[in-house]
Design a protein around this ligand. Structure first.
Ligand code: GTP
Ligand code: MG
Length: 260
């Protein structure tokens, strides 16, 4: 039986995808830490059997809470090779940190970009071909709520690209330098921060080359634009302040004089 783990940041839609594929009804919710333990279900697809495992959301391979520890232990276990990685299009850079972590740890991953429609609505786009080329794994746009599993969905073809090799070398070098210098707790923390700095430099390179994003503010529509024009906003602001002052100093004073 093939084991497939669903991994990603909190709130990226992992359980939604798990429910849709396995026809389950695990708890989903629009807040952090909805799934706190691993959930698994066995399914059969094209006469092969798969165990699909939904894990609690994590941001990196460093655990800060118990549920994050559950995920990280599972990812580090020997039977976790094939990973469906849920990437929220609206949080590309943040989601990419864990994806790169998995790739440099030699995991077979397939990146599923979720919430792409809302990202596009805000003027964004992601160059999928570039991502596939640079990361060496398959990248697909999905809708976790109504995904249709196609022929090769459970096939993973990850190859190590020169980009990932370069990143891996830099991370290894940093770890070795640190080992030779000191072994106390603060130097271990320094090494972790340095690793994250290295990863972020690579993430910026990727994002600059494949993510187009208009500088739109989420929820900033036509009404907000009109309202925020100085000629409209200033008189409305003065009027509102006038009513606040009038209500506080005149109306309330007169009312209190009548009743008290
Ligand atoms: N519209 C839309 N909403 C989605 C989609 N995927 C997930 N959501 C919503 O996003 C929220 C989070 O989804 P979950 O599946 O609970 O996310 P998760 O990754 O399992 O979260 P954790 O368990 O906290 O790590 C829920 O309110 C979902 O209904 C999608 O493709 N489209
Ligand atoms: Mg979940």
């Amino acid at each position: 039986m093939h084991k497939i783990h669903i991994v990603g940041n909190p709130n990226s839609g992992k359980t939604t995808l798990f429910n849709c594929i396995t026809k389950s009804s695990e708890h989903v919710g629009n807040w952090h830490g909805v799934t706190v333990d691993k959930k698994s279900k066995i399914i059969t697809f094209k006469s092969s059997t798969y165990e699909l495992i939904d894990l609690p959301g994590i941001y990196s391979l460093n655990a800060f809470s118990l549920e994050e520890q559950v995920s990280i232990e599972e990812i580090n276990s020997s039977d976790c090779d094939n990973i469906l990685y849920l990437l929220d299009a609206n949080n590309f850079k943040r989601s990419m940190l864990l994806a790169l972590n998995l790739l440099i740890n030699d995991k077979n991953i397939k990146i599923l970009i979720n919430n792409y429609k809302s990202f596009q609505k805000n003027g964004g786009s992601i160059d999928i071909e570039y991502l596939q080329k640079i990361l060496g794994c398959e990248v697909e746009i999905v809708d976790a709520q109504k995904i249709k599993v196609k022929e090769d969905f459970f096939k993973f073809q990850t190859r190590k690209t020169s980009f990932i090799k370069m990143l891996q070398n830099q991370i290894n070098k940093n770890s070795e330098n640190n080992k030779n210098n000191q072994t106390d707790k603060s130097s271990e923390d320094n090494q972790k921060y340095k690793n994250i700095e290295i990863l972020y430099a690579y993430i910026l390179k990727i994002a600059n080359n494949c993510v187009k994003k208009e500088n739109k503010i989420y929820g900033y529509g036509k009404f907000d634009k009109k309202l925020l024009k100085l000629s409209v906003f200033l008189p409305l602001f003065i009027l509102a302040m006038f009513f606040v002052i009038y209500f506080t100093f005149f109306l309330l004073c007169q009312l209190s004089a009548i009743y008290f």
